[in-house]
Ligand binder design. Structure first.
Ligand code: FAD
Length: 321
């Protein structure tokens, strides 16, 4: 079986959950081969093996940290030439999408972005599912000739453990002059809350304009903390400055696909739905029974969020004992 390359997303040697999801998809299409760009592979190798990596290509170069995304695209292009994989899978993060686009240009391959599922078609090639226009249109697509480059939305596919050997295969790599055109000159770690990462979270509580103010939005944080959830927000909230833009969900914000998405005081505009419609279960709390969010909700509560949410928090606390 041909190899399927998986570009590993990791931070300080800690492999991100989306990489396990990509390895699961890769096993459906061929032999999963992880690609590790940068130092620290020893820390992450165990997790790659746990999710079925048959091998791990390692390019231990500082260029990946120093020169933004271009070197990663070059490394993948080099491996495409030497390993002739059936497909390349990349996380559907902003960085991953840029790597995919650059790789497609370098290899002349077809690129399919923001997949919510990937299956093997009758001929073994990748059949890629997309949820378009805010999830109102489901599309299946495949690359008709040669290599397929696919970015997969985090949390869209369940990662399945499957033992792999994960031997390390060194990949000689030196970034070209062109890939070094833009250099990272400094880094500042973003302030991290104790809450889960928005795009990796299994449970998200999102608040909208219905919260009324930055002070009113605190009720969203309280519910999120009661559930051990990540906090999200509609654009109305982030534009008003009630919560940082980094937490915006939607077309011009983050795309999320948790097990549970609770939309509180959010109307359900198409641009918001575009970022959360593929959540497995959706709960809506809104005082307007006609709010469009109820069209896609699995459970809905019609009521004033300032009355409903505190009761919900109290009930959760009781059940936790
Ligand atoms: C190009 C473009 C890109 C966009 N990208 C995004 C995006 O990425 N993400 C995004 O979210 N939006 C985006 N928008 C904006 C989008 O169109 C909506 O304006 C926005 O999502 C509305 O946010 P909201 O639901 O919080 O506010 P509103 O639409 O004002 O809805 C507020 C809701 O709260 C309810 N409510 C009010 N008070 C209470 C209460 N006390 N208790 C319970 N319910 C209450 C109301 O009934 C209402 O349904 C984009 C728009 C454009 C044009």
């Amino acid at each position: 079986m041909a190899e399927v390359l998986v570009l590993v997303e990791q931070s300080g040697g800690v492999v991100k959950k989306v990489t396990a999801e990509l390895l699961t998809v890769a096993a459906r299409l061929g032999t999963p081969a992880a690609v590790w760009a940068g130092p620290g592979v020893e820390a992450g190798r165990g997790r790659l093996a746990e999710f079925g990596a048959a091998k791990v290509y390692v390019a231990d170069s500082a260029d990946f940290a120093d020169y933004v995304v271009a070197p990663k695209a070059e490394l993948l292009a080099q491996l495409v030439a030497s390993a002739s994989p059936a497909a390349v899978l990349i996380a559907g993060s902003p960085e991953g999408k840029e790597v995919a686009g650059r790789l497609a240009v370098k290899t002349g391959a077809g690129v399919l972005t923001d997949a919510v599922d990937v299956a093997a078609g009758p001929d073994g090639s990748a059949l890629v599912s997309h949820a378009n226009f805010g999830g109102s249109v489901n599309v299946r697509a495949r690359v008709k000739s040669g290599l397929a480059i696919i970015t997969v939305r985090p949390n869209a596919v369940a990662a399945e453990a499957s033992a792999g050997e994960a031997p390390l295969v060194p990949a000689e790599f030196a970034a070209s002059g062109a890939a070094k055109a833009a250099r990272v000159v400094s880094r500042e770690a973003a302030a991290r809350s104790a809450r889960p990462d928005l795009q990796e979270a299994q449970v998200i509580v999102s608040g909208g304009r219905g919260t009324g103010s930055a002070g009113g939005f605190r009720v969203i944080e309280d519910l999120a903390d009661a559930l051990g959830a990540a906090v999200g927000a509609s654009r109305a909230v982030t534009d008003a400055g009630w919560y940082p833009h980094a937490f915006q969900v939607g077309q011009t914000g983050k795309t999320v696909s948790p097990q549970l998405y609770t939309a509180v005081g959010i109307s359900g505009a198409i641009q918001h739905r575009a970022g959360m419609q593929t959540s497995k279960t959706i709960i809506a709390i809104n005082k307007d029974p006609e709010a469009p969010i109820f069209e896609i909700a699995d459970f809905g509560v019609v009521g004033d969020l300032f009355a409903v949410v505190p009761q919900l928090i109290e009930e959760i606390a009781k059940r936790k004992g």
